[in-house]
Design a protein around this ligand. Structure first.
Ligand SMILES: Cc1ncc(COP(=O)(O)O)c(C=O)c1O
Ligand SMILES: [Zn+2]
Length: 436
């Protein structure tokens, strides 16, 4: 990562202090490059570094030293730390209350740690990806991008589709594998007049290639995944909430546990601390993957600063326990995450199917998740199950010591059809037929 420089400070002063119109302020957020010394004003939310093609960041200098003014317990509390201009509070569908930070008393006792779980299942489309949506469309609008192409059949797609329909600022063109046609039909968020769904017959990798072709053919902007700093910034609000909720509760965390596909979650939690001036005291991060697709784990075990072909699975074996965490080749994010984990003492670990199943069942040792099912009909998703399995493994191996204080991201609820009711035999109060 490039060192901070005086030049960047003056750019930020310009962005926040010296200029008048909203338009100018919008265009002047300072960006920096992760890989080289480039810094400059934001000229579009999806661009790569003009000097080296590397990953751009929303500069911490835009916000360092800024305080969260009056906390009311809603996402808009953090507007001052975000790359948005229009206040979130103007859009009540996006200005959501903080998600619960739940003390998991039973699991804490079992594992010999203090465990809190950040429950993201109650967000509008059932996952933490709703946090990306408002920031995403705010930036598209400011930059006059009326159409954007994205590959997703999952949580990002649902969150952005919902937002597109509510805000009506830009049209989302979602490339979705034909195999998800039925699943999409049953999910209301995908169906509104600001979403075009483009079905494509092929694997995830082929759909990604199709999204590229579709965008090029139609002269449309393409979404950049991890390289799109707007999405990374949106998920930063989870880390910001945790920082403030932990303060209110009088706890400080030694570890944060996160299920990993492309790696945005690891970056965003780290960035929340950096932008809050807490870089020196932030929790270590445990990133958890599934064994069938674990490029970060393989690279990390090699202590390789770059992702090499030997770390990338040739194929991702189908597994009913791994529906989302299937990013085969995270070339853009690997180097950034390697550096974050190396600097902060983090770790990556991989889970087999049996461990993911055990992780899912373990959630139901905690009464809170029975209540979530009874009251809201939500079942924990496979991604948080993978994360909890990883936590158990690292407690047992001693990487996370007994007595540690840990926060785990319960990043999303199961979608219809994700969970075979038989997997939860004997752990649920209700009949398995009521599940999923
Ligand atoms: C519920 C859930 N958890 C975890 C992840 C992994 O996130 P990332 O791709 O940032 O690693 C995703 C990604 O879509 C997700 O939907
Ligand atoms: Zn660069």
């Amino acid at each position: 990562m490039a060192p901070l420089s005086a030049g960047r400070l003056s750019l930020c002063d310009l962005a926040w202090g010296r200029i008048g119109s909203v338009y100018e302020i919008t265009m002047a957020f300072a960006l920096t490059c992760w890989h080289c010394d480039w810094e400059g004003p934001e000229s579009g939310p999806l661009a790569a570094c003009p000097a080296c093609g590397g990953v751009l960041e929303f500069s911490s200098q835009n916000v360092l030293g800024r305080h969260v003014p009056h906390r009311v317990g809603r996402v808009s509390d953090f507007d001052a730390l975000m790359p948005i201009v229009e206040p979130t509070a103007n859009h009540p569908e996006f200005d959501l209350p903080y998600t619960p930070l739940v003390h998991a008393a039973v699991l804490s006792e079992q594992l010999g740690i203090t465990l809190f779980i950040k429950d993201e299942m109650g967000l509008p489309t059932g996952s933490w990806k709703d946090r990306e949506a408002y920031v995403f469309f705010d930036r598209l609008r400011r930059h006059g991008i009326t159409d954007i192409v994205l590959f997703s059949a999952g949580n990002t797609g649902a969150a952005l589709a919902r937002a597109a329909g509510i805000l009506r600022w830009s049209r989302l063109h979602l490339v979705v594998p034909s195999s998800s046609r039925e699943r999409i039909r049953s999910l209301p968020h995908f169906h509104n007049d600001h979403v075009t769904i483009v079905f494509h017959d092929g694997s995830n990798d082929e759909c990604i290639a199709h999204a590229r072709d579709y965008a090029d053919r139609n002269g449309l902007a393409r979404e950049g995944g991890f390289t799109n700093y707007v999405r990374r910034e949106g998920l930063k609000t989870l880390g910001l909430e945790v920082i403030h909720q932990a303060r209110d509760l009088g706890v400080s965390f030694d570890w944060y546990v996160q299920p990993v596909a492309g790696g945005i979650g690891v970056y965003s939690f780290w960035k929340a601390h950096v932008d809050s001036g807490l870089a020196a005291s932030q929790p270590r991060i445990l990133g958890v993957q599934a064994d069938v697709c674990q490029p970060f784990v393989s690279g990390w075990q090699d202590r390789s600063p770059t992702l090499e072909p030997r770390h990338v699975p040739e194929h991702v074996a189908p597994s009913p326990f791994v529906r989302v965490l299937r990013t085969r080749k995270p070339s853009d994010s690997y180097g950034c995450l390697f550096e974050i984990q190396s600097r902060t003492g983090g770790d990556f670990v991989g889970m087999c199917d049996a461990e993911i199943l055990a992780g899912l069942r373990l959630f139901y040792d905690e009464p809170y998740f029975h209540e979530a099912l009874a009251r809201h009909g939500v079942i924990v998703g496979l991604e948080p199950a993978t994360a909890l399995a990883g936590l158990v493994k690292n407690v047992h191996s001693g990487v996370i010591p007994r007595g540690a204080s840990v926060v785990l991201n319960c990043s999303g609820a199961a979608k219809p059809g994700d969970i075979d009711p038989a997997w939860l035999d004997g752990v649920l109060d209700m009949a398995p037929a009521d599940v999923g």
